[in-house]
Structure formats: C-alpha cells, structure tokens
Design a protein around this ligand. Structure first.
Ligand SMILES: CC(C)(COP(=O)(O)OP(=O)(O)OC[C@H]1O[C@@H](n2cnc3c(N)ncnc32)[C@H](O)[C@@H]1OP(=O)(O)O)[C@@H](O)C(=O)NCCC(=O)NCCS
Length: 190
C-alpha cells in the first residue's frame, strides 16, 4: 500500500453503497448531539432522534431512489467509512412531471471531517452527476450557517429569496435563504 502524497486528501468520493447505512446513520445521529450542544446545525431535525427502524426506512427509500434514477447521491469515504454524503432528489413526483427537471440538494459531513475539503468535493461530484439529469438544483440554507452559504455561492448558487421562521429550534425561529443553480449556466471551472 502506498502512502498518500503530502497534501493529498485522505478521502475519496464514490457512489452510494448498500453497506453505507451504519456510517450514514451514525453521522446523522451525531447531529442531535451537536444541536443539543448549541452548534448551529444547518439541517432541520426532529425533536427526538429517530429510531433505527425509522432510519432503515429512510435508507431503503434513498437507495431505491438512487437505483431508479430519481436521486443523485455522492458519498465521501475516509478511513474505510462513509464520512459524508451529498444528495439531490428530483422535485417532481415522477420522470414525466413538469417539475422533473429540478433537483433539491442536501449535504452532510461527519463532524470530525469538516473543514478538510470533503463538502466541496462532494458538491463538485454531485453537481457533475446532476448534469443531463436536472436543469435546476435548488437548496435552502439557514441564515445562521454562513459557511455553508459561502460554499454554495462558490459553486455558483444564487439566492432567490428568504423564508422567515423556516426553523423553530430552542425556542427561536431561524430564517432560511433559498438558492438555486442553473446547471445550464454553471461555470465549468468551479
Ligand atoms: C456545510 C458542510 C457540508 C461543509 O462541509 P465541509 O467538509 O466542512 O466543507 P469544506 O471543508 O469543503 O469547506 C467548505 C468551506 O467551509 C469552511 N469551513 C471550515 N471549517 C469548517 C467547519 N468546521 N464547518 C463548516 N465549514 C467549515 C471552509 O472555510 C470552507 O471554505 P473555504 O474553502 O473558503 O475555506 C459541513 O460543515 C456540514 O456537514 N455541516 C453540518 C450540516 C449542514 O449544515 N449542512 C448544510 C445544510 S444547508
């Protein structure tokens, strides 16, 4: 086995695998601890952490959607584990829907792997997979998550509005910015 050259990322981006379930759920469940510790998690959560059975249903659905082509999923693997994922699901209910050209993006990196380029690499890969499948990719980012917003802007996402009180957490309401990327107009060099 050869060592990575200095400066090379210690992760790689690949497709979703059936065996990623445990790793992805562990990362998601950690969000509940992060939220309770006051970290401004950029993902809307439930009051209580979902059960393993809930997660199994979620993962099955995710996997099905990737298999039937209505979802794009890019997975980051580091140290032999899935450490992050970027998902873009088709907005329209079916391939023949008049909204089938739109995808909605979500992204999550394990807390120990943030700030190392994983999120950027996931976005780059997921958007490349979206080409030819979706015309528009949209997302929502809470206003208390300026780092994620800066990341999306770097990839060419454009704000198109703000939804007030999109999230109710810890007795406070948090607004969210709505952003879109027109893949037809995306700068290939990003
Ligand atoms: C947002 C998120 C996906 C970014 O992933 P990441 O792997 O940290 O991203 P990168 O390392 O590629 O860095 C992206 C930018 O975030 C900044 N960043 C650095 N450390 C960071 C940290 N601990 N957390 C978040 N962003 C960080 C970097 O400065 C970088 O900007 P730069 O390239 O201009 O320096 C990740 O922080 C995450 O999973 N957050 C929790 C879930 C969430 O908020 N998802 C977004 C929902 S809209």
């Amino acid at each position: 086995m050869t060592a990575d050259p200095p400066g090379a990322p210690s992760f790689r981006i690949r497709e979703l695998r059936w065996t990623d379930f445990d790793d992805l759920i562990r990362t998601y469940w950690l969000l509940y601890e992060e939220r309770d510790a006051g970290y401004p998690i950029g993902i809307g959560l439930f009051q209580e952490r979902p059960t393993l059975a809930d997660e199994a249903r979620w993962f099955l659905r995710l996997f099905e959607q990737v298999q039937d082509g209505s979802m794009v999923a890019s997975i980051a693997e580091g140290d032999g584990h899935a450490v992050g994922g970027c998902y873009v699901h088709r907005v329209g209910p079916s391939e023949t829907s008049e909204a089938a050209h739109m995808g909605e993006l979500g992204i999550l990196v394990h807390r120990d792997w943030r700030g190392r380029g994983v999120g950027s690499a996931l976005l780059r890969d997921a958007l490349a997979r979206c080409r030819g499948k979706f015309e528009i990719v949209r997302l929502a980012v809470f206003v208390n998550n300026p780092r994620a917003r800066a990341l999306y802007e770097r990839f060419g996402f454009v704000p198109y509005g703000r939804l007030p009180k999109a999230l109710h957490r810890g007795g406070e309401f948090i607004d969210e910015d709505l952003m879109y990327l027109d893949l037809g107009r995306r700068d290939e060099n990003r």
